[in-house]
Design a protein around this ligand. Structure first.
Ligand code: ATP
Ligand code: MG
Length: 560
């Protein structure tokens, strides 16, 4: 997908913002109220960031408010750890719910009363069928369902049974409360949907008070109504639930009448955005945790050094559409690079070191050279880096038998060392196995600063670090977690990329990188953007690659 294929216009308008603007202009609402309603059964991922930016963004732009509401109706899957992580991640993305933090569980009593209201008006009944019978009698897309033999119970019997369900008299799954709508409805969601199920499980907030819990459908719209949500924005898979959302609001004495609108969820190539799969990746040990930098979770992206503004730029750029599509992962990287190119300080680091000795540089001598912290921003200042007789260069920057177009170092070739001198390779040293272990070079003292007074040119400028001062570090290079552009959600393990993590145990960094404990990403010149990882120890820093330098997206999109 390219930016032009989305429905976002230059002004950042989309069909949902158009609806909100029209509703406000027609005075259908005084103010816009949206909500972001995560279920606390996992960590947030970048797909959620799209929904967060949409809901909080609309509230901000139209002077309304956005609630954070935990949709905590299933205590068997929900945990406090997830609640905390979600709050942290929404804040980190740059959004603020103010005092509007809510939980569907705050409404359990009201929802229960509304369920009794449906029973009293003949619109809900307790069903004793087994889950299997219910499944069979629900029918299929082409066949209507069959009425439950318990559908015509009296109001009194239904009330009695429902109250006893609440009191904890029955085992899990023994009965459910269902709406009485239409077992022949074309939309299967209207075939007497379940409102309450028996679940004898403690809830993170309500403890052991409840033995029954409302379904998503029964909780969601009514929670919106209680909070005075005007525009209830969700993803397309809920489109078929909208008639049910409306049915509840029409058949209950709710205090407000919210409307549901659906937009296309975010999908990204080489990425799975499903909490179920992400949970299995963590539980199965396929990754090191929810914040493994290979994960598409907000926590993973944060640990990988992705700035929140890059995530916000990305979701703005992809826009909000009504048809599902898949975004190229390169487009996300592009957004990250755009931000980091402007902000990240430049440093030199040699990832796969090869030692060189400058034979004509006096032993024991060192000197300091000045290196700019940012090429386009003089205000970022400069630092002093040490040059000496022994240096490290990148192993890939040397070839003993180079092909024609290789302009970096090879026997007899001359190159520039960034901020330093021209050097020429004079001799190659190998170990017993024939592997290159050291290069003997000479330097031209007249080229200090990187230019030759006689005007002679070199075709390559290489990064380096001084061996005497270099800091040893572990560097982690992350590649896509999945090897396929469209990984399978059911058999995801088969599609995992075996090379998603490449460990470089002994990279050599310039000392400035060890002195700085900041977790702001830096650019390792010619390599990419890297961030200090929390696994660092005083003796051994660990750096993770946020994103490489190569910009395939700019090429694809004709310059970005
Ligand atoms: P998943 O499908 O990953 O399990 P979910 O929809 O079950 O996620 P919720 O906690 O219910 O997770 O989601 C909260 C909100 O985020 C919902 O409104 C949902 O529509 C939205 N959302 C979830 N995934 C995406 C996505 N990929 N793109 C955009 N919005 C999303
Ligand atoms: Mg959901």
């Amino acid at each position: 997908m390219t930016a032009a294929e989305t429905t976002t216009t230059e002004t950042g308008r989309d069909f949902i913002r158009d609806i909100v603007a029209a509703d406000l202009a027609a005075k259908r609402h005084e103010t816009v109220v949206t909500r972001f309603p995560p279920e606390p059964n996992g960590y947030l991922h970048i797909g959620h960031a799209k929904s967060i930016a949409l809901n909080f963004g609309i509230a901000e732009e139209f002077g309304g408010r956005c609630h954070l509401r935990f949709d905590d109706t299933n205590p068997t899957k929900e945990e406090q750890e997830y609640i905390d992580a979600i709050e942290r991640d929404v804040r980190w993305l740059g959004f603020d719910w103010g005092k509007h933090l809510y939980h569907a569980s705050d409404y359990f009593e009201q929802l229960y009363e509304w369920a009794e209201h449906l029973i009293r008006t003949g619109k809900a009944y307790v069903d004793d069928q087994t889950p299997e019978q219910m499944r069979i009698n629900r029918g299929t897309l082409t066949e209507p369902g069959k009425n439950s033999p318990f559908r015509d119970r009296s109001v009194e019997e239904n009330l009695d049974l429902f109250r006893r369900m609440r009191a904890g008299e029955f085992k899990n799954g023994a009965r459910v409360l269902r709406a009485q709508i239409d077992m022949a409805a074309g939309n299967i969601n209207l075939r007497d949907p379940t409102l309450y199920r028996i679940l004898n499980a403690p809830h993170p907030r309500t403890g052991t008070k409840w033995h029954i819990y409302p379904s998503y459908d029964f909780a969601h719209g009514q929670s919106d109504a209680i909070e005075g949500i005007t525009h209830s924005i969700c993803t397309l898979e809920f489109e078929d639930h909208r008639p049910l959302y409306d049915w509840f609001l029409e058949n209950l004495p709710v205090p407000a009448r919210p409307r549901q609108y659906e937009f296309a969820r975010l999908n990204i190539t080489y990425t799975v955005l499903s909490k179920r799969v992400l949970t299995e990746l963590v539980r199965g040990g396929h990754v090191a945790g929810w914040d493994d930098p290979r994960m598409p979770t907000i926590a993973g992206l944060r640990r990988r050094g992705v700035p929140p503004v890059a995530i916000r730029d990305f979701v703005k750029r992809i826009g909000v559409a009504k048809a599902n599509s898949v975004v190229d992962a390169a487009m996300f990287d592009y957004s990250v690079r755009e931000v980091l190119n402007k902000t990240a300080l430049r440093r030199m680091a040699v990832l796969r070191p090869l030692k060189i000795v400058i034979e004509n540089y006096p032993e024991g001598q060192t000197e300091e050279l000045e290196a700019a912290n940012h090429p386009d921003n003089p205000e970022a200042g400069a630092r002093r880096i040490k040059f000496g007789r022994e240096l490290y260069i990148e192993r890939d920057d040397f070839m003993e038998n180079p092909p024609k177009k290789f302009f970096r170092l090879s026997p007899g070739a001359e190159v520039r060392l960034r901020y330093a001198y021209f050097i020429t390779c004079r001799e190659v040293k190998k170990d017993a196995k024939g592997e290159v272990i050291e290069l003997r070079c000479t330097y031209d003292p007249a080229t200090k600063g990187g230019n030759a007074p006689d005007g002679r040119k070199v075709k390559a400028t290489m990064h380096w670090v001084s061996a005497a001062d270099a800091i040893s570090a572990e560097v982690r290079l992350y590649n896509p977690l999945f090897a396929k552009p469209d990984p399978s959600a059911s058999d995801f393990a088969a599609d995992l990329n075996p090379n998603s993590l490449e460990l470089l145990p002994d990279a050599k960094l310039e000392p400035a990188l060890a002195a700085d404990n900041s977790t702001d990403p830096v650019q390792f010149e010619r390599q990419g953007y890297f961030v200090r990882d929390r696994d660092s120890t005083p003796g051994k820093p660990v750096f993770s690659r946020t994103v490489g330098l190569r910009d395939t997206w700019a090429k694809v999109s004709g310059g970005g």
